[in-house]
Design a protein around this ligand. Structure first.
Ligand code: A3P
Length: 302
C-alpha cells in the first residue's frame, strides 16, 4: 500500500467511533472481546520455552520487546526488521477484528516470545506450571500515567480518556484498562520471589541501557559478546526506535500519531509538564498509602 493510501485508511479508521464496551474479569477492566473469550485466554497452554514480556501499559514494553528480539537475533538488525513488533511478539490477551493474540501465539514456532499487560493474578496458570521465563518492566507511576493518557488520546482502540483532570482521577481509582498501576507493579514484584522473573525498571534502562541489556542477555542465557551488545545498545536508543517503522507503530491504523506520537518523549520526569501543584500533592499523599506495604521504589526525577 502506498503511504497516501495508508494515511487515507488511517484517517478513515480514526474517524470511526471508539469502542465503548469494556468489561471486567475479577474486577480488572479489560477489552470486552477479551472478557468474552476469557476461558480461552485463561486456559491458554504455555510451553516451557515460552518467554513473556509483561508490563503495565506504557512502562516501556516495546523498548523491552525490541531489546529481547535483537538479543534473540544476535544483534542482526535486518532480522529484527522482518515485521512490526506486534507481529513478532503477539499481545497475548488482545483481540483484533481478524485475529487474537492467543491464535497468533499458537501459530508461532517455538521458542515463542509474547507480551502481556495482565496483572499477575490473571496470567494463565500454565505459565507458572511450565516455569516460563518472564521479563517484567515497570516505570515510575507519574510518567507512566502521563504516557498512558496521551496514548489513550491517540489510540482509537481504547476508550476516550476524557480531560486530563478526569483521567487523573480515574487512574488514581484504578478505573483504567488493566486495572490499578499500584496493584500491578506490586503483584509482579512479589511474584518474582517464587518464579523466574527479571524485574526491570524503565528509569534504570534510561540511566544505563548497556547494563540493563546485559542483564536481559544473562537472564536469557545468551553469551554477552561485547560487539553484539554495543550493536543492540545503538539500535535501541529512543531516536533509532522512533524512526524504525517496525517499532514506532506507524503501521497501526488505529493509532493517530498526529494527536500524539507513539514514540512520544521517552524521558524521565515529563510528569512535571502535566501535573498541577495540587494534583502532585494529592498524588503523593495517595502514593504513600498505596505503596506503604512494598519494598519497591522508583526514581521519578530525571
Ligand atoms: P512516552 O509516552 O513517555 O514517550 P509501551 O511500549 O509500554 O507502550 O511504552 C511506551 C513508552 O515508552 C513511551 O513513553 C515511549 O516513548 C517509551 N519508549 C519506547 N522506546 C523507548 C526508548 N528506546 N527509549 C526511551 N523510551 C522509550
Amino acid at each position: 500500500m502506498t503511504t497516501e493510501k495508508v494515511e487515507e485508511r488511517r484517517e478513515f479508521e480514526c474517524s470511526l467511533p471508539r469502542p465503548c464496551e469494556f468489561s471486567t474479569v475479577d474486577g480488572i477492566l479489560l477489552q470486552k472481546e477479551s472478557c468474552d473469550i476469557w476461558d480461552r485466554i485463561w486456559n491458554f497452554q504455555a510451553k516451557p520455552d515460552d518467554l513473556i514480556i509483561a508490563s503495565y501499559p506504557k512502562a516501556g514494553t516495546t523498548w523491552t520487546q525490541e531489546i529481547v528480539d535483537l538479543i534473540q537475533n544476535e544483534g542482526d538488525v535486518e532480522k529484527s526488521r522482518r515485521a512490526p513488533i506486534a507481529l513478532r511478539q503477539p499481545f497475548l490477551e488482545w483481540i483484533r477484528p481478524t485475529t487474537s493474540g492467543i491464535d497468533q501465539v499458537k501459530a508461532m514456532p517455538s521458542p515463542r516470545t509474547m507480551k502481556t499487560h495482565l496483572p499477575v493474578q490473571l496470567l494463565p496458570p500454565s505459565f507458572w506450571e511450565k516455569n516460563c521465563k518472564i521479563i517484567y518492566v515497570a516505570r515510575n507511576v507519574k510518567d507512566n500515567l502521563v504516557s498512558y493518557y496521551h496514548f489513550q488520546r491517540m489510540n482509537k482502540s481504547l476508550p476516550d480518556p476524557g480531560s486530563w483532570d478526569e483521567y487523573f482521577e480515574a487512574f488514581l481509582a484504578g478505573k483504567v484498562l488493566w486495572g490499578s498501576w499500584y496493584d500491578h507493579v506490586k503483584g509482579w514484584w512479589r511474584k518474582k520471589d517464587s518464579h523466574p522473573i527479571l524485574y526491570l525498571f524503565y528509569e534504570e534502562m534510561i540511566q544505563d541501557r548497556k547494563r540493563e541489556i546485559r542483564k536481559v542477555m544473562e537472564f536469557l542465557g545468551k553469551n554477552t559478546k561485547e560487539e553484539i551488545l554495543d550493536k543492540i545498545v545503538y539500535n535501541t536508543s529512543f531516536d533509532m526506535m522512533k524512526t524504525n517503522p517496525m517499532t514506532n507503530y506507524t503501521n497501526d491504523k488505529k493509532l493517530n500519531h498526529a494527536i500524539s506520537p507513539f514514540m512520544r518523549k521517552g524521558i524521565i520526569g515529563d510528569w512535571k509538564n502535566q501535573f498541577t501543584v495540587a494534583q502532585n500533592k494529592k498524588f503523593n499523599e495517595d502514593y504513600e498509602k498505596k505503596m506503604a506495604d512494598t519494598s519497591l521504589s522508583f526514581c521519578m526525577e530525571p
